[in-house]
Ligand binder design. Structure first.
Ligand SMILES: Nc1ncnc2c1ncn2[C@@H]1O[C@H](COP(=O)(O)OP(=O)(O)OP(=O)(O)O)[C@@H](O)[C@H]1O
Ligand SMILES: [Mg+2]
Length: 473
């Protein structure tokens, strides 16, 4: 139980850290604080080293001065032996109010103790202070070699002076603290200025965030570039571009829905009228006629609804992208077989020119089939009775090519771009239809990474060519 609580607490803390880590402001502040703490630590160490060195220098100078005073007071008596009466000034210079103890030793070159502690050792280098322990107390000691004239044996006398370190420690700490506190003020000042600068620098980013967050869902007008610094303006410009595209898309969707509603309303009104005519008609022949019209209108409605559905499915993002591997040539053949009877009924010559080899393409099989169905349907529908429709499938390099050539009226040059628009039908077109077939074709073909072109056919009608990427050998 406790273990679980600790676990969930740990998880919560980790999540909080990750959230904080995701904030640019916190990241920058964390880096600044880390730098400041690093600077303070280095500062602390360097001031300590400087204070230590300074305190050593001062103590060594005092030791040297004391040794010199002692050495100068050593005299030679009548027997040629050295003797000394230690002058109080030599020891008083250590009286700094910290009860430090001072030890000394004066010996001749041949080892005769003149005064002081016989067990006090000499410093390894003459005139230079060093650390040592004497009678269990840490001390700093220094030895001075001084020539003395008149001794029975010639040679320097060695004066060693050692002092405990309470006064020294106090001095070092004072030096250190005053140095450190000055530098600390400087570091903190620099830190504060950096943080203020950071806050000011980030303010436009936060303003941009608020501007985006606080606008309503339907507001898509461009954001002003002036609210951020120059480096961030490309980001705002990209955001504005994106919003413009969304706005255009929404407008296109609205137009489409309005168009679709309009297209549905007209036949629905017609159906309602035909139904009431049929209901009122007493004459069986005329009633049958009215019912027949009703059936035709209903069929048209159904066709319109299914074309709308196909178009919405063909739009990018409306279906899960599929990559079926299908034999395009076989698909076209099946569709033509399906339409053969209809063509025959209208006395039309529907022909297929294709190799036996399969042509593989990758994509949404259902949508590719819808595309071919719409093209064959158009060719059969707009070509007058007795005409010809020829369908060719070939492979050209990396492309699967579908050509549909008919002997119908063709599409005039000026209309070729428009016929791909939704609900667009050439004025005067007699055959029934909703104007969505070629819009579906274009969506499917561009979705498959291909293209569709219209030309005049040699037979006088339309030559429509679809090229889509093929796969495999
Ligand atoms: N093979 C063709 N020959 C001549 N005109 C054509 C041909 N194919 C299309 N058109 C013209 O292009 C217009 C648009 O065709 P599209 O297939 O988009 O719509 P539709 O056939 O009218 O309706 P549906 O949605 O039922 O297919 C048609 O109305 C017709 O005028
Ligand atoms: Mg059509």
């Amino acid at each position: 139980m406790l273990g679980e609580n600790v676990k969930s607490l740990g998880k919560g803390a980790w999540q909080a850290i990750r959230l904080l880590g995701a904030s640019l402001r916190i990241q920058l502040l964390a880096w600044i604080f880390l730098t400041l703490i690093g600077a303070i630590c280095i500062n602390l160490y360097l001031s300590f080293l400087t204070a230590n060195a300074t305190a050593n220098l001062i103590l060594d100078q005092t030791l040297m001065a004391s040794a010199r005073v002692i050495a100068e007071d050593v005299t030679v008596d009548e027997s040629g032996a050295a003797q000394i009466d230690i002058p109080p000034a030599a020891l008083e210079m250590f009286d700094t109010g910290y009860q430090d103890r001072v030890f000394y030793r004066v010996i001749t070159a041949w080892g005769n103790l003149v005064a002081g502690f016989p067990d006090l050792t000499e410093s390894t280098r003459p005139g230079i202070g060093e650390e040592a322990v004497f009678h269990d107390s840490p001390v700093r000691l220094l030895t001075l070699y001084h020539p003395l004239v008149g001794l029975k044996q010639q040679g320097d006398i060695a004066v060693t002076v050692a002092a405990t370190r309470s006064g020294w420690t106090a001095m070092r700490d004072r030096l250190w603290l005053s140095d450190f506190s000055k530098q600390l003020v400087l570091v903190l000042l620099a830190g504060t200025v950096t943080i203020v600068g950071l806050q000011r620098g980030l303010a436009p980013v936060l303003r941009l965030r608020d501007a985006v967050r606080d606008r309503g869902r339907e507001r898509l007008d461009p954001l002003s570039l002036d609210i951020v610094q120059t480096e961030l303006r490309p980001l705002v410009a990209t955001l504005n571009d994106h919003m413009e595209r969304v706005q255009n898309q929404i407008a296109a969707q609205r137009r489409f829905v309005a168009n679709a509603a309009h297209q549905l309303r007209t036949p629905l009104a017609l159906i309602a009228m035909q139904a009431s005519v049929a209901a009122r008609e007493a004459d069986p022949a005329r009633r049958e006629e009215a019912l027949q019209s009703l059936r035709t209108s209903t069929r048209l409605m159904t066709r319109l609804a299914s074309q709308l559905l196909t178009l919405s499915r063909a739009e990018p993002g409306s279906r899960r992208p599929r990559s079926d591997r299908i034999d395009f040539a076989a698909t076209v053949r099946q569709i033509l077989e399906y339409h053969a009877e209809e063509a025959l009924g209208r006395g039309m010559d529907l022909g297929l020119e294709a190799d036996e080899q399969p042509i593989f393409v990758e994509g949404d099989g259902t949508m590719l089939r819808e595309m071919v169905v719409n093209l064959v349907d158009n060719a059969l529908r707009y070509t007058p009775r007795g005409g010809t429709v020829t369908v060719r499938t070939t492979r050209e390099g990396d492309e699967a090519v579908l050509q549909i050539e008919d002997s119908g009226p063709g599409i005039p040059e000026g209309e070729r771009d428009h016929v791909f628009e939704r609900f667009y039908r050439i004025v005067g077109t007699q055959a029934e239809g909703s104007g969505l077939g070629l819009a579906i074709v274009r969506e499917v073909v561009t979705g498959a990474g291909g293209n569709v072109t219209l030309r005049d056919a040699t037979t006088g009608g339309l030559l429509l060519t679809v090229r889509i990427p093929a796969v495999g050998p």
